[in-house]
Design a protein around this ligand. Sequence first.
Ligand SMILES: O=C(O)CCC(=O)C(=O)O
Length: 326
Amino acid sequence: MFSGFRVSSALFQAVGHQHRLVGGTLVGRFASQFRFTLDHPKLEPNERGFYEKNGFLIIKNLFEPSELERFVKRFEAIASGEVKVPGLTVMRDVALKDVKNPDVYVVNKLQNLFLDDELFEYCKNPRVLDYVEAFVGPNQMAMHTMLINKPPDTGKLTSRHPLHQDLHYFPFRPADRVVCAWTALERVNRENGCLVGIPGSHEGPLLAHEYPEWEGGVNKAYHGIQDYEKVAGKRVHMEMEAGDTVFFHPLLIHGSGANRSKGFRKAISCHYAASECEYIDVTGTTQENIAEEVLAIAKRSGLPLTDYRDAWRFRARLVRGEEINL
Ligand SMILES: O=C(O)CCC(=O)C(=O)O
């Protein structure tokens, strides 16, 4: 997937000596056995091998549950309306969007956490960034930030997140220098809709995505892989305790199940990219549908963007090292 991709020499430095650079193009695949990770002391050989093979890696107890309370409290203050953060995207599950005067908050997602100093502390956490360095290198941008609060399903199964690849949303490359950190803010299991992933799918191509045809409705921008039954391998359920963190590749096919419990299921996440990555024009690609949708949403909210890359330039924040291209 790297073959033929135009890159700057700065990016070449970041990916290391695993590739040959000919006239600005990375050619030949990998002189080394490693493609998805960099030489870095943070990963034990077995952890590195696991990520290379499967496209994800769960690190147990990266946070003490007590360290996570601040994020939960802040989320609750925002979701209940007690605190307003200008510009923060606050979303509701589609099945709950018309509930008036709810007894409890009905927010299912906060996006653009960089607008809130308290929540953005997660994205800057040095323990997270030390791991991120093993995937993207020393120059790290926080590109996409979310707190996800999966509500108990109303029976319409809208709390599911269809199987998808996060790269569908991203107009920057190369994919191998992008990683997501996703930390469970409470125990996540099959009952409350833990993450589900298809090991090894990060080695495949970016597939076409669209809204799934679900009877009960689908949440805004929750695109899923078309005909995923045809590509799906064996799924694994990533059951985790509060504080456990999974790092995963943006091509990993993943999603999450319905929340069949009576409580919420909270997680906080950040997608990081090497600042050496470069923006790409997604016009004419399978990503065009999400780009158009995001630009239309931005227009409705008074941000008349015409270039999808600008939506990402607006979000990108340097969290470690030097800002280069993104
Ligand atoms: O937390 C979840 O349930 C799924 C999150 C996810 O896959 C995403 O937002 O891309």
